[in-house]
Every structure is written in structure tokens, then in C-alpha cells.
Design a protein around this ligand. Sequence first.
Ligand code: AMP
Length: 336
Amino acid sequence: MKTILTGIRANSVLTLGNYLGALLPMVRLSNKHSKDFNVNIFVPDLHSIISEIDGDLQKNIIRTLKNYLAAGLVVNENVHIYRQSFVPAHSELCWILNCVASMGEMGRMTQYKEKSEGKASANVGIFDYPVLMAADILLYSAEYVPLGEDQFQHIELTRNLAERFNNKFGEVFTVPVETAKQVEFMGVEKPIRVRDLVNPEKKMSKSTASENSKIMLDDAPEKAAKKIMSATTDSFGEVKFDFDTRPGISNLLFIKSLLTDTPLSEVVAEWEGETRYGELKKSVADDVSNALSSFQAKMAEISDEDVLELFKKGEIYANDVAGQKLLDVQKAVGLR
Ligand code: AMP
């Protein structure tokens, strides 16, 4: 059985952008394929510590997994849930792959350049985490790794490292499919990018200081509705979908389409030409508030023990699969 692998860092409470752009698409993908694929959903806690943690890491890890469940993840015998740091093979394979990767190719990673920019001294983890990511993927022979566009370069790196290793030491790794095919598999026309509510030229991000710019998944539903009501629009006075000239209104239509799982074309056809922006805002505010109410109610129903139980079961599976692959690698290299 082929494997799909995905994870989301547990550094803080997530935004509506994370929910619509990462969490919900992964949950839908898993629910669609988990009869015929292994679906590995892991919390990359070792990746979390390359940057600041907002709050308590242990609590964040448990909350992140609850987020998947509250977003509708169906867990069956093919869905494996685990914490990266509970599977030591990730760190061990990372070291071996460090000896296959070159300084030059690592220095070209855009994410490294962006994350270290302006820092007097960036930590080595920020430089090296794409190799750990390659280990995360290759240990489970995952062919499909649904990720945002910002991570595509790291998938290419993983493919290169796997091929280089295979050429030198023998066919040990399954090479993940190329990024164009990853996008096809995800079934999205273009990557989802939810915009900042105050400055819709930018993406919604948890690091933006302005509270009204972003909706957090733990915002009270009424508070979130108010943020939508005060979102920046434009002075055209007529609803039209065009991210270039009317990013604010287009963002609201886009959020509506994603939250209600309605094709964008249908949402646009319903609202285009409307001259009262307040009507559209009220409708989207209701969608957001309903979605948050139901999401938060589900979050409250899931106990920490339920999550820990899933982790424990998943970690037995993960250590088994990853341990076997690590042994193959160690033998190929001559360490065993
Ligand atoms: P980050 O919070 O930037 O580490 O991103 C975690 C995941 O959420 C990645 O897959 C991002 O592509 C996705 N994501 C973050 N912000 C947004 C946004 N505003 N719209 C859509 N997806 C997002």
C-alpha cells in the first residue's frame, strides 16, 4: 500500500488560514484515500523547536492533533498518528542524510534564507531542517506529501537526496513523486492563500501584530464575526471576484467557498453584482461563526487521553516501519 504523509508544526494556536489552507484539505484528502493508502499524520515536534514556541509545547502538540480530529479526520486502521520525537529513527536518518547533502544545495533553500534573514546568528536547525524533513518522508517510503507551495523546494531536495543515496549505496529509498504530480494528487487548482483581513494584499498570518487581521481557531465566534464585519474591502461599491483589484471582497468570497465546501464559481455567481457589502459580510461572518462554534464544540469533546491513546498506537507502527528502513540504510552504508 502506498503512503501519504503530512504534518503541521505545533508552535501556537492555528489561524483560519492554516485551517482552510492546510488542515481541512489534508483531512479531506485523508478521508478520501485512507481505504487504499497508509495515511501518516505526524506532529513534527523536532521541527517546532527550530523557532520560538508560543505557549507550552506539550499542550500545543496535543491541541494540534485535536485540530485534525475536530476538522473531521476519520481514523481507521490505515491512519497512523505519531509524534516525530517519539520515533528516534528520524534524527538518526537525518544524520546519515547530512552526510549525503551538500552545503551548497542547503544554502540555496529559500526557506532557510527567509527564516535566517536579519538574524545575527541563525541556529543550525534552521539550516538543516530540510534534511530532517527528507528523513521524515523517506523513512516511510511516502510517495505523496501534500504541502504548501513554500515547501516544494524541500520535496525536490528529498528527491535528490534519495536518488543520490540510491545511486551510491543501492536502491533503498522510494523517491516521492515530483511536485507537479503532488499538486495533481491534492486536487487543487492553485495553492490556497487566505488573506489578512485588514491588509488583504498579504496572507493571513499568526505573526501579524494586528488582532483584527487574523482569525484564530480559539477566537470566540462572535469576536471572529466582528473581525469579518470590519474587514477591509474597497470603494467600487459592487461585489466582483478579482484578487488583483479587489482583494478584500475576493477574500471574503474565497473564505465562504472554502468554509461551505461550495465551488468558488457558485459563490461568485450568487454574490456578484451585490451592491451592499454589508450583506456579504454578514453572510460570511455567519459562516465563520458557525464553523468556529462547531469546531470548538468538537475540540471540547476530545480528551487529552484520546489523543495520547492514538499517539501510542501510531508510534508502535511508526517505530516498526521507520526502524526497519533505518536498518536497511545502516546496512547499505556499512554501519551494520
Ligand atoms: P505556517 O503557519 O506558515 O507554518 O504554515 C502551516 C501551514 O498552513 C502551511 O501548509 C501553510 O501553507 C498553511 N498556511 C499558513 N497560512 C496560510 C494562509 N493564510 N492561507 C492558506 N494556507 C496557509
